[in-house]
Design a protein around this ligand. Sequence first.
Ligand code: NAP
Length: 252
Amino acid sequence: MLYGYEMQKHDKRTIVVTGGSRGLGRAIVTGFAKSGDNVFFNYSSSNDEAKVETENIAGDLACGFRVDVTVEDDVSAFFHSVIEKTGRIDVLVNNAGITRDGLIVRMKEKDWDDVLDINLKGVFLCSKIAAKTMMKQRAGSIINISSVVGVSGNPGQTNYVASKAGMIGFTKALAKELAPRNIVVNAIAPGYIKTEMTDSLSEKVTEQMLSNIPLKRLGETEDVTGVVDFLASKKASYITGQVFHVNGGLHM
Ligand code: NAP
């Protein structure tokens, strides 16, 4: 049986990245695009300037679409347009995510729902549709961007932690479900990576965080994209249902 990766020696791979307009997602999109893959990504912003800037991330190499991962019909239209253009989906990176932090006694139901909808239901909707194509191909790799706090817990983030821990359970269940079709599903649990999400933290919180990281620095987006590249490659074709910790030793 041919692996998707072997078929791709001559053909470009088709990669879909959710939340590719900023931060980690943007770095993932740029990396794949520079390697010559066909890259499609989505984002949610309704800001037109951001849209134009985003769609030019990697010149003509990556296509961006404004698609909310929580809206099933829009997700479906997005994936169908990708399949129409390239006929396949080799790699799905479920990266889109938000935080709406707060102690539980003050957390609004909407903050709970928004985080669970985007971070977890979005992963379900995108994986469901990508899996259908990957099952026909009998090849594919799904990479879910979870978080260190999904494993360690974190006060003030019950919604976010529940979503990220949920992603890990989802990864393991889906890995078992799709393994007979030669599809691998893994999660990456990054620690604190320098993006807009962590820029918003106060100096005090950042200093406190650094004091707990054995490698004494925040992560760079490249620390995560290297693992994404590996998991998307043939080198990882016998790895499934695993969680890769990229956190400078913050949680062991
Ligand atoms: P970020 O800079 O805030 O970017 C988030 C991305 O998700 C943006 O592209 C955003 O699009 C997109 N997005 C948000 N809601 C969406 C929706 N409903 N539909 C589609 N796209 C949506 O975040 P980041 O720091 O790069 O984080 C990326 C992922 O890594 C997240 O899942 C996060 O939980 C995880 N993570 C990050 C860290 C860290 O330290 N940064 C650590 C552990 C895990 P717009 O630009 O349109 O808003």
